[in-house]
Ligand binder design. Structure first.
Ligand SMILES: *Cc1c(COP(=O)(O)O)cnc(C)c1O
Ligand code: SF4
Length: 337
């Protein structure tokens, strides 16, 4: 293991040195900036380009269709209006109970501690989410605690996006201890894209904190393509297999990025090299600005049929859609129309 790379200051400096200028991104990859139509720049103003340099190094230079580049490069098509593609496709604003608390599923709820992400994914269903008005402060903890205690069925807290692993270890620890102090909570889930885009974030202090917790910890990472998992990322994730932390991956099916059975299969095999199991394969949420990533139902059905025929069952992600108002994610195989 290349220990020195896991130092805390390394990931912090990476987080404060993101690429945010589309021209810089394209020139770094030796690509022409001619494709930056004014629409793309406007799209970047609405939802800013944000990408760690380490993630850019995983992209293939000279390839304008690189599957990692397409996930982050603002595109003029984002400005097109499409019927059915809306700002809040999952009705999250309505489901917000208290600052940062989104409780839709019986036994578990989302707690958003920060609006910041290390990377901006163009397909993100929270790209229009009004985070700033909705973040819990220390003084809100007492209310969150009483809310949990009033809901006897809650046994799991899910830290979700914005990305909880953009928090410093000390802030993270503060919230971890608060959650640990409630006996009915048995599980802590951390949904984060940071271990994939800045693997150094899995530093010693964080891993120790998670290892020592009384909570049963699940880390759900987010990778959409095998190229996101270079050897260094695999090594960073594989450290966790020596702990009791369960590591899963979720992906979103995206046109032009991972819309072939071979791509999904390669991703599953690559994840398993780090002992990470595929969890969900999400059909795109219909968020305004992401219609150009949407796939035809027949394409999805054929892809999933092929994936099922090829992969061992434990490497097949569950194909799901989230439907606003439903009490769980909806399994889809054979039912997409
Ligand atoms: C996805 C999601 C969860 C977690 O659901 P699991 O099926 O347990 O992964 C919880 N709350 C909301 C609002 C979600 O969207
Ligand atoms: S919440 Fe997740 S999907 Fe959305 S921009 Fe942040 S990292 Fe990307």
């Amino acid at each position: 293991m290349i220990n020195y790379l896991f130092r805390e200051q390394n990931w912090k400096s990476q987080l404060s040195d993101l690429i945010t200028d589309p021209y810089e991104l394209l020139t770094t990859l030796n690509l022409s900036t001619d494709q930056l139509l004014s629409g793309a720049l406007l799209a970047s103003e609405q939802f800013k380009l944000r990408v760690p340099r380490a993630f850019v190094r995983k992209m293939v230079p000279n390839d304008p269709f690189d599957p990692l580049l397409l996930q982050v490069l603002p595109h003029h098509l984002e400005l097109e209006d499409h019927i059915n593609f809306v700002a809040d496709p999952l009705g999250e604003e309505e489901a917000t109970q208290l600052p940062g608390v989104l409780h839709k599923y019986e036994s578990r709820f989302l707690l958003t501690l920060t609006g910041a992400c290390a990377i901006h994914c163009r397909y993100c269903f929270r790209r229009h989410f009004p985070y700033q008005d909705n973040l819990p402060k220390s003084k809100d903890w007492a209310h969150i605690k009483s809310y949990i205690e009033s809901q006897a069925k809650i046994n799991e807290v899910i830290l979700s996006g914005g990305d909880p692993l953009t928090l410093s270890n000390s802030k993270f620890k503060l919230w971890l201890e608060r959650i640990e102090s409630i006996p009915q909570i048995k599980m802590l889930r951390i949904h984060s894209r940071v271990p994939v885009v800045i693997p150094e974030r899995l530093d010693h202090e964080l891993i120790t904190m998670l290892k020592q917790s009384r909570l049963n910890i699940v880390l759900v990472i987010h990778a959409n393509h095998a190229n996101e998992l270079d050897d260094f990322t695999i090594a960073a994730l594989a450290q966790l297999s020596a702990t009791q932390i369960t590591v899963l991956n979720q992906s979103v099916l995206l046109k032009g990025i991972n819309d072939s059975a071979a791509t999904i299969e390669a991703l599953s095999y690559r994840l398993f090299e780090a002992k990470v199991l595929p969890y969900y394969l999400h059909v795109l949420d219909k968020v305004k600005g992401a219609a150009h990533f949407d796939l035809e139902p027949q394409v999805i059905n054929q892809l999933y049929t092929d994936v099922l025929a090829t992969l061992p069952g434990y490497l097949v992600p569950k194909l799901v859609r989230e439907i606003a108002g439903e009490k769980n994610k909806t399994p889809l195989y054979g039912e997409i129309h």
